[in-house]
Design a binder for this molecule. Sequence first.
Ligand code: ZN
Ligand code: ZN
Length: 154
Amino acid sequence: MQIVAKCPQCDAGLPIAAAGAPGAITCGRCGRDIPLSISEGVREDRAVDRCPVCGGADFYTRKDFDPKVGLTVVVIGAAISAGFYWLGRDLVAYSILAAAVFIDLIVYQRLKEVTVCYRCHTEFRGAYPPTAPAFDLHTADVLEQEYERRVGRR
Ligand SMILES: [Zn+2]
Ligand SMILES: [Zn+2]
């Protein structure tokens, strides 16, 4: 399992491999030491049961989607489409635009899922079956505030 640990102090993303991860890492941006307690499930890529950074057990699942990639496909599609539209080939223009949106949709559906810690936003990618529910704004509000008070960010 690949983990992107989030620094509690500066929120930098620190990639680590769960198997063979050390007991602590140092943030490359702010120099803070971050102790890691990696559970069996996480180390063996079986389940995300406990967050190694904050110790929390509340996670959500989201698509591992880079919005920039999706936007690029649509923007390129729109540009080509505008060219055909300008040439008076409306139907071709609309088809290309529709195709771009369709490609976007396919890409989105084939994406892997990523599990994210509600409290510290550490991300977990791997072969484990994603069991965490979808993102819930209310839960996020409560848990994020609790965590930020704990690490002294507010
Ligand atoms: Zn940091
Ligand atoms: Zn966490």
